[in-house]
Design a protein around this ligand. Structure first.
Ligand SMILES: C[S@@+](CC[C@H](N)C(=O)[O-])C[C@H]1O[C@@H](n2cnc3c(N)ncnc32)[C@H](O)[C@@H]1O
Length: 241
C-alpha cells in the first residue's frame, strides 16, 4: 500500500537507479504506450501546456528519459530545451529520437543528476519532470536545485503517478497495477523487474496532499494541482515567487 506520508523506503540512490533504467531503455517507450493505451501522450501534452512556454524561452526537462517531454515542449513553442538524466542508455534513445525530429537544433541532452545540475542560477524560464520525481532519493534537493536554476516567476510542472481516491476505482486499479501490469510489462519487455519496480515505486510514493506540502516547504507557490484520468496520474504546477 501507499505510505501515507511517502516514506520513500526504497533505495533510489543514483547508483541503483541508473543501471535499472539502462536495462529498461530499449523497451521503455513501447511499454509506456502499451500499458497506458497511449493516454500518457495526452498527459504529457497537458503537462507541457500548463507551462505556457513562449518562443525563445529556455526549458529544463529533468529526468528526461527518452525525451518525450523535451520534444513535446519543442513542438509547442520555438524554445530551447535541455534534458538531463542519470541513464546513458535512456539518453541514447533521447538523442536518436531528437535527431530524427524537426527540433534537433533546439534540444540537447546531458547526463547528470537533477539534484546537482551544472546550470547557472536563474538560467531557465521553465522546468518539468514527468514520471521522474518518484525515482529521486532526495526530492527536497531536487526542488531546491530547480528553484535555483529557475528565473523568478518560472514554472515547474511535475507529472507523476498517484492512486485514485474513489474506493471502488482504487481497488480495481490496485488489482490491475499489482497483479496484471507486471505480467503484461514482462511480456512486452521480456523481463519483470522494471514493472515490479514501477509497481513498488508508485505504491510507495507520497500522495498528492503530501507532495503539495513538499512543494510549498521548498519555497515554491502552488499554481495548480489536478488529477488526470480518475487520479491515476497527477499534475502539479509549482511557481518560483
Ligand atoms: C520513468 S523514467 C521517466 C522518463 C521521462 N521523463 C518520461 O516521462 O518518460 C524516469 C527517469 O528518471 C531518471 N532519473 C531518476 N533519478 C534521477 C536523478 N536524480 N537525476 C536525473 N535523472 C534521474 C531515470 O534515469 C529515468 O530515465
Amino acid at each position: 500500500m501507499q505510505t501515507p506520508a511517502g516514506k520513500n523506503r526504497m533505495d533510489k540512490r543514483p547508483g541503483v537507479i541508473r543501471p535499472l533504467f539502462n536495462r529498461m531503455a530499449a523497451t521503455y517507450d513501447r511499454g509506456n504506450r502499451t500499458l497506458s493505451l497511449l493516454i500518457d501522450q495526452v498527459w504529457r501534452r497537458r503537462t507541457v501546456s500548463a507551462l505556457s512556454i513562449r518562443d525563445g524561452q529556455y526549458v529544463l526537462d529533468i529526468a528526461t528519459g527518452t525525451a518525450d517531454m523535451a520534444l513535446e515542449a519543442a513542438r509547442q513553442a520555438d524554445c530551447r530545451v535541455a534534458g538531463i538524466d542519470l541513464s546513458e542508455a535512456m539518453l541514447g534513445v533521447a538523442r536518436r529520437k531528437n535527431a530524427q525530429s524537426p527540433f534537433a537544433g533546439r534540444c540537447f541532452f546531458l547526463q547528470g543528476d537533477g539534484t546537482r545540475t551544472p546550470f547557472r542560477d536563474e538560467s531557465f524560464h521553465h522546468a518539468m519532470i514527468s514520471f521522474g520525481i518518484r525515482n529521486v532519493q532526495d526530492m527536497d534537493s531536487l526542488f531546491r536545485e530547480t528553484l535555483r536554476i529557475l528565473k523568478p516567476g518560472g514554472r515547474f510542472a511535475i507529472l507523476e503517478f498517484s492512486l485514485p481516491e474513489t474506493p471502488v476505482i482504487r481497488q480495481l486499479y490496485l488489482f490491475y497495477f499489482s497483479r496484471v501490469l507486471p505480467l503484461i510489462g514482462a511480456a512486452i519487455a521480456g523481463k519483470k523487474e522494471p514493472y515490479f519496480y514501477l509497481r513498488d515505486s508508485v505504491l510507495d510514493f507520497e500522495p498528492p496532499r503530501a507532495l503539495e506540502q513538499r512543494i510549498l516547504r521548498n519555497g515554491f507557490r502552488l499554481a495548480a494541482s489536478r488529477p488526470f484520468t480518475f487520479g491515476i496520474c497527477h499534475l502539479y504546477v509549482a511557481e518560483k515567487p
